[in-house]
Design a protein around this ligand. Structure first.
Ligand SMILES: [Zn+2]
Ligand SMILES: [Zn+2]
Length: 238
């Protein structure tokens, strides 16, 4: 079951405006952090996403799905993926890569997925609020960078990758906070499907309506203000 709170003790998380030096409760290494639970437990990004990333790689390598939202919903329902966390910065792009390939896009998935992991893991948790740059949106930009083989010196692909991130962040930002890795991931993928159709001519599938099955585990859920909030009659699809 996804949880919003501390993975060690279940207490609520606190975010700091300026970082503190803390020791990760799992790997015991010291890091600068802007988040810990109210009881003082801190878990580093690498430990937080280790199991999730392994699952994402395996799932996306083996799926035949053409629908990246359905893929997200299946992965999010797995215990390795927490309610919020930087594993979403890998998951968005990985689902898009797999769906793109399964819909006829040209990409070597066995090389692209590890590269998605390498780049997505560099986007830290909390980048949404602290950088003004949600990691789910960046993940969509990384996806476009990988499939178009962008580098800092390219012309067209460089433009496309930056436009993808901008488009995802525009849609994510327009909805307003607080952060929800589910809402932000669904929004980034929805924008990416439209962007790829318009610019690269590959049609990935989307559900008729995106319905979130995770609101009950998110204490900061925007409920009716979230476009994916399920009403009481049709509660959850996962
Ligand atoms: Zn704790
Ligand atoms: Zn750690």
């Amino acid at each position: 079951m996804p949880t919003t709170n501390c993975l060690i003790c279940g207490a609520e998380l606190e975010y700091y405006q300026t970082p503190r030096q803390m020791v990760c409760a799992m790997c015991k290494k010291e890091y600068e952090t802007t988040v810990a639970c109210k009881e003082g437990h801190f878990i580093c990004d690498a430990c937080h996403m280790e199991k999730g990333v392994a699952m994402i790689l395996d799932f996306c390598q083996n799926t035949e799905s053409r629908n990246p939202i359905a893929m997200l919903q299946q992965m999010m329902a797995r215990p390795e993926i927490y309610m919020h966390g930087p594993e979403h910065h890998v998951m968005v792009g990985a689902a898009l890569l797999a769906a793109y390939r399964n819909c006829g896009g040209r990409v070597d998935l066995s090389a692209a997925l590890p590269e998605m992991v390498r780049r997505g893991q560099q986007v830290p948790g909390g980048a949404c609020g602290f950088w003004g740059c949600c990691g789910a949106g960046v993940s969509a930009g990384i996806f476009v960078s990988i499939i178009t083989e962008a580098t800092p010196l390219e012309k067209k692909s460089w433009g496309l990758a930056n436009q993808m991130t901008a488009r995802a962040l525009q849609a994510i930002g327009a909805l307003g906070g607080p952060r929800c890795c589910k809402r932000d991931s669904f929004t980034a993928v929805r924008e990416a499907v439209a962007f790829v159709q318009e610019n690269l001519g590959i049609s990935m599938e989307l559900p008729e309506k995106i319905i979130c099955g995770f609101s009950r585990w998110n204490e900061q859920c925007k409920k009716e203000a979230c476009p994916y909030y399920a009403n009481k009659e049709k509660k959850s699809i996962v």
